[in-house]
Design a protein around this ligand. Structure first.
Ligand code: PMP
Length: 443
């Protein structure tokens, strides 16, 4: 600890109460920092406190302009956009910020119907239904689709909204090893025989739930293998594309497009508008019958206020830009840029000696810290050099698998990425998280 990292060393080494309390306070420092601008490539963070000689914590309200490597702003739509923003403002003036009604009682504007049509067309399914929140889309839909006597087989790293929805459904839940199709098959084989007709099994329905890109791993789901097994055992499939829709695939249509999977092979396609589309809400896309059924039965459709009209307009407009229907090539440029930025950044981090999780083309890049005591040091030291990075800890990850999770955006310039790499490299040396030898002369 000769390099005391300005007071971080005791918390890395000590186990006494005093240090644990200090670690807790420092970890708290990394979460819930208020932002005072749009979450674009650069944003303003409100500094909540500074450390006074390691004795007390003083509250301040200094604004710090930081390079933003934390928001899920994959295509850069979470900022004023020449096409989307004027339209969203127009819809705010026309419809107001809220419909103050549920979809069935006056909360369906023409925008809501347009949105569902354009989402269905975009993701390649006959119909879609939208909800005001992505989290609720999973947690409210699963209890409608599944219930007692049904079996849910869930990837071990599925998002909390899926876990909650699955638990709330009352179905029996089995978990398979993350992204491992051979284990999925083992779990299925414990329950049913290959090719057994759906009517002759101990379960009314079996549904396998996976994600397109895993948000804490940056990994792309092995969809073709998983779908082949689901087909073999006649299990329904549910795909959460929160992090992949808009972000990957030649025209932004997500993992199915990226991996050459026919969307007809996925029964329930779920996604959110909070990442690539710079808005809020979520969707389910599927057959006309499925969506009709959800519209009649899902409590979050019947009893919750519908998605805000300006948010709906933002999504419709963003989809138009992605598809080039705004008359420009900005959509195609954004898609090319997110891919180029992601692949450049991932390979540069790896060459520096960091342990980076995830796959090529994925804009989500976790850098392993392992020791949770390194979280506040990494986060604060990056922030001091005007780079804001999300750090993720227990319970979002296992206790000793803490990580920094970088999200790349199409709105990052090459200069932004180079600055970020320089800072991360310096902080990586300081905190001691370069677990592999660097590749010389290649950075
Ligand atoms: N599914 C996944 C895989 C997610 O990562 C998230 C949140 N990031 C959600 C669903 C919930 O979406 P939202 O934040 O839009 O509510």
């Amino acid at each position: 600890s000769s390099n005391n990292l300005q007071g971080y060393a005791p918390i890395c080494l000590g186990l006494e109460d005093f240090y644990i309390r200090r670690l807790y306070l420092r970890i708290q420092d990394c979460f819930g920092r208020p932002i005072s601008s749009a979450p674009d490539a650069w944003f303003d963070i409100v500094e909540r406190y500074s450390n006074d000689n390691n004795k007390t914590l003083i509250r301040t309200s200094k604004l710090t302009r930081c390079l933003n490597l934390g928001s899920y702003n994959y295509l850069g739509f979470a900022a004023a956009d020449e096409y989307c923003t004027p339209r969203a403002i127009q819809s705010l003036k026309k419809y107001s910020a809220s419909t103050c009604s549920s979809r069935v009682y006056g909360g369906t504007t023409v925008l809501h119907n347009d949105l569902e049509e354009s989402v269905a067309k975009f993701v390649g399914k006959p119909a879609a239904i939208v909800f005001g929140m992505g989290y609720v889309t999973n947690s409210a839909i699963l209890p409608v689709l599944m219930g007692k006597g049904d079996l849910i087989i869930s990837d071990s790293l599925n998002h909390n909204s899926i876990v909650n929805g699955a638990r709330g459904s009352g179905a029996t839940i089995r978990v398979f090893q993350h992204n491992t199709s051979s284990h999925l098959e083992e779990v299925l084989r414990e329950q049913i025989a290959e090719g057994q007709p759906r009517t002759h099994r101990p379960w009314k329905k079996i549904m396998v739930i996976v994600e397109g890109i895993y948000s804490m791993e940056g990994e792309i789901g092995k969809l073709p293998e998983i779908l082949a097994i689901c087909k073999k055992y006649k299990a329904y499939t549910y795909l959460d594309e929160a992090h992949s829709i808009g972000a990957v695939g030649k025209t932004g249509r997500g993992v199915c497009e990226l991996l050459g999977v026919d969307t007809a092979d996925v029964d329930v396609m779920m996604g959110t508008f909070t990442k690539s589309f710079g808005s809020c809400g979520g969707y389910i896309a599927g057959s006309k019958e499925l969506i009709q059924y959800l519209k009649y039965t899902c409590p979050a459709h019947l009893y919750a206020t519908s998605i805000s009209p300006p948010a709906a307009e933002q999504i419709i407009s963003a989809i138009r830009v992605i598809l080039g229907e705004d008359g420009s090539s900005r959509g195609a440029q954004k898609l090319a840029r997110i891919r180029e930025n992601s692949n450049f950044f991932r390979s540069a981090l790896q060459k520096m000696g960091f342990e980076v999780l995830g796959d090529n083309d994925s804009p989500v890049m976790p850098i392993m810290l392992y020791n949770p005591a390194k979280i506040p040091a990494f986060s604060r030291e990056c922030l001091k050099q005007n780079v804001a990075i999300v750090t993720v800890a227990f319970p979002a990850t296992p206790l000793l698998l803490a990580r920094a999770r970088i999200c790349i955006s199409a709105s990052h310039s090459k200069e932004d990425l180079i600055k970020a790499l320089e800072v991360i490299s310096r902080v990586g040396d300081l905190v001691g998280i370069k677990y592999f030898p660097a590749e010389p002369n290649k950075q």
